[in-house]
Design a protein around this ligand. Structure first.
Ligand SMILES: [Zn+2]
Ligand SMILES: [Zn+2]
Ligand SMILES: [Zn+2]
Length: 214
């Protein structure tokens, strides 16, 4: 009889819970020693404490007055940049980097927990883009009508097209609710910390959230 409790992936598709170890891994954000956020209700600055991979800024709930941070978040000595969209694309420079260094996250305006949103690679189409297909076909016809069929010239053009130094594309969306079940809204503080050489573009409607569409 099998006693192993190894779950099958399909049996747990419905579990939206985060993996526990994300609370033990360090935050991807580097904080200066004097970095702080200021409570807008009582005006007292606080350090970023209890940060982790899952809670990149910790929990931004004022320990003095219990107010929770929102989009109007005064920050001191951080490299966080505020975002007002709900979906972004990230372009990574050609090279060995296989995932963005840019960090995306948000702070729940209901409970103050901070969250990371991890960009996912945009799948490249299975067939070459039309302009490459056209060039392949042109090369094919040229060699056919020129008499000699040079298969190599056809494949080399295809290879040339697919080996161009391309920037890899990723996409990220603020589409996951907090563990308190609050979905990202326009009052939540959304942020990025841009990785070197990476381009960020808003791809969704800025300031529009599914909860707004009634
Ligand atoms: Zn306060
Ligand atoms: Zn929350
Ligand atoms: Zn909110």
């Amino acid at each position: 009889m099998q006693t192993s409790a190894t779950p099958t992936p399909s049996a747990h598709k419905h579990t939206p819970r985060r993996r526990p170890h994300a609370m033990e891994l360090p935050t991807p954000i580097t904080f200066a020693a004097n970095a702080s956020w200021t409570c807008t209700t009582c005006g007292v600055p606080h350090r970023f404490t209890n940060t982790s991979f899952a809670r990149p800024l910790g929990r931004l709930k004022c320990p003095l007055c219990s107010a929770v941070a929102n989009f109007n978040l005064p920050l001191t000595n951080t490299n966080l940049a505020i975002l007002d969209g709900n979906q972004y694309s990230v372009s990574v420079p050609p090279g060995s980097r296989d995932k963005p260094l840019t960090v995306f996250g948000w702070v729940c305006c209901s409970c103050g927990r901070s969250h990371q949103r991890i960009p996912h690679a945009i799948e490249r189409p299975a067939t070459p883009p039309p302009r490459f297909r056209d060039r392949i076909l042109k090369a094919y016809h040229k060699t056919i009508h020129g008499g000699d069929f040079e298969y190599d010239s056809v494949t080399s053009i295809h290879d040339y097209g697919s080996s161009l130094p391309e920037r890899k594309g990723f996409r990220v969306a603020f589409d996951r609710p907090c563990s308190c079940e609050h979905a990202t809204c326009e009052l939540c503080y959304r942020f990025k910390v841009v990785g070197e050489g990476e381009w960020i573009a808003a791809t969704g409607a800025v300031g529009v959230f599914p909860s707004n569409r009634t």
